[in-house]
Design a protein around this ligand. Structure first.
Ligand code: HEC
Length: 152
């Protein structure tokens, strides 16, 4: 082979290797970026729950249960509270902040509910705001009643 041809071949090889290296850097770079970018973890970072299946189940349930009131913290509630039962069970209840806390403690003590971490405050705020006893699901008791005798 001619010396010239060999040089051209080597140049071509260098060129190809260069492109491959750039591609590899891009591939690793984007993989790392996606893996460590916290914004990717939408919508909420879930307490200490690393159980992926439970999260997936919760997301599915979420789609089926939109009956919870819209409000700050809703996504934390949906991710942490709809894995074991429907959101309906929550929406049906009314309680004070302490009441909600004790329900959460009860589930943690007996039902395997995980430590909610920093989401606990968010969830309690949401529940106490939107599902407090003041917002009555039922009609109020009758006040001032005037009884009268039915005529036959
Ligand atoms: C690990 C499973 C699990 C998770 C997660 C969970 N719960 Fe529960 N929860 C239960 C079980 C089990 C019951 C009892 C269900 C029944 O009585 O049919 C229950 C019952 C309830 C009740 C009804 C209590 C009553 O006195 O009737 C409410 C309200 C409730 N959960 C709210 C929540 C909220 C809010 C969250 C999120 C912080 C949550 N749950 C997350 C397991 C769970």
């Amino acid at each position: 082979m001619h010396e010239d041809q060999i040089r051209k071949l080597l140049d071509l090889l260098r060129y190809i290797i260069g492109i491959l290296i750039v591609l590899l850097i891009l591939l690793f770079g984007s993989t790392f970026y996606l893996y460590f970018n916290p914004d990717r973890l939408v919508p909420v970072r879930v307490g200490n729950n690393s159980d992926k299946q439970l999260q997936e189940k919760a997301e599915k349930t979420t789609l089926l249960n939109s009956e919870l009131v819209e409000g700050a913290g809703l996504s934390a509630v949906l991710t942490n509270c709809t894995g074991c039962h429907s959101a309906k069970l929550i929406a049906q209840n009314r309680a004070t902040r302490e009441g909600w806390l004790s329900m959460i403690r009860w589930m943690q003590g007996t039902q395997g509910l995980w430590d909610l971490g920093e989401n606990e405050e968010i969830i309690l705020d949401y529940l106490a705001t939107n599902y407090s006893p003041q917002k009555k699901g039922r009609r109020q008791n009758l006040g001032k009643i005037e009884w009268y005798v039915l005529e036959r």
